[in-house]
Design a protein around this ligand. Structure first.
Ligand SMILES: [Zn+2]
Length: 326
């Protein structure tokens, strides 16, 4: 099945968004490492002072060096939080605009590939009202972001105290402490990505709703080895134009419009794409237990589709628990 121009444009824009977010993630990662490099000297100094003295956790927390290190971690994390806040704010604005622009170009492509001189209402890309409506969504994620920073400290400090208690060497203890600190960083990355992916989709949806020519849309999954099974089997699903479009954290699904008077866009859907992959890749993507049950005929791919709900992240596609079938 050949891909329509509409699908190609939707994919092109989503890749552009992805590329921009990768550069952002790299910079965020770089700055995070810089923080850790700064803190490292204080952690090592603390561990050197402790030496072989085997203090208990309460004694560790009473040390002057501990207080200094904690202060430093808090100060650095607070600066980093401000930095991430500005990355998200500007990133959401840019993503929403990219989403609007992607929707416009997709609509133009739909008309021109059908040989129709179509016209549609345009969402003014610099309209403050339009953008603020899009950007207002996602407030719970801001709370989650704020929580990620104390969480970094909690994991870091308990890894430190544990390492000291176990009598691990200073390098090993410091390493575990920073691994603990990274626990918060993973969340920060997920939130940063998810906020922008959502702003992008909401920008597109707004333009589609306002266009006056879109009757609905279809889910276009990324269809690569990073795509989860839930998105793959949901690929091609149809929505009414007024429906909310749900995706999970880090969800990379795009939206393809169904335009009045134009043939519905078609592509090789995620389930068919999956079926055409080699068995090793299928097993890796699905997980061994699901794969074996599927091969034994316990279920069809389409039987797996469920919807999960989270108060923070909203609704998202999910696959059924394996125990439903075996
Ligand atoms: Zn997914």
């Amino acid at each position: 099945m050949s891909k329509s121009a509409v699908v190609e444009i939707a994919e092109l824009f989503r890749k552009a968004l992805d590329a921009r977010m990768w550069r952002q993630m790299e910079e965020m990662g770089q700055r995070w490492i810089e923080i850790q490099d700064k803190i490292d000297a204080n952690v090592i100094a603390l561990l050197a002072e402790i030496g072989d003295s085997k203090p208990n956790p309460a004694q560790i927390r009473e040390m002057q060096r501990w207080a200094e290190m904690r202060e430093q971690v808090h100060a650095e994390l607070s600066k980093y939080q401000d930095y991430v806040g500005s990355v998200i704010d500007s990133g959401k604005g840019d993503s929403a605009k990219l989403g609007i622009q992607s929707a416009r170009e997709t609509l133009s492509a739909a008309f021109s590939s059908a040989g129709i001189m179509g016209s549609f209402n345009i969402v003014p890309i610099d309209s403050v009202e339009a953008l603020s409506a899009i950007l207002a969504k996602g407030a719970p994620l801001q709370n989650l972001l704020a929580a990620a920073f104390p969480e970094s400290w909690v994991h870091m400090s308990s890894a430190l105290i544990e390492g000291i208690g176990l009598g691990l060497g200073p390098r090993e203890t410091a390493k575990r402490a920073f691994e603990g600190m990274n626990y918060g960083f993973d969340r920060i990355l997920t939130i940063t990505r998810t906020e922008q992916l959502r702003a992008y989709r909401n920008g597109s949806i707004l333009q589609y709703r306002e266009s006056g020519v879109v009757t609905g849309f279809k889910r276009l999954s990324a269809r690569d080895d990073r795509t989860c099974m839930a998105c793959l089997i949901s690929d091609g699903e149809r929505y009414e134009v007024a429906d909310e479009f749900a995706d999970h954290p880090n969800g990379r699904c795009a939206i393809v419009p169904i335009v009045a008077g134009v043939d519905e866009p078609e592509w090789e859907n995620g389930a068919d794409w999956f079926l055409s992959q080699d068995p090793d890749k299928q097993r890796a993507m699905m997980g061994k237990n699901y794969y074996e049950a599927w091969k034994d005929g316990a279920f069809e791919l389409s039987d797996l589709r469920r919807t999960a709900h989270s108060d923070i992240w909203g609704d998202s596609p999910q696959i059924a628990a394996l125990k439903e079938f075996v």
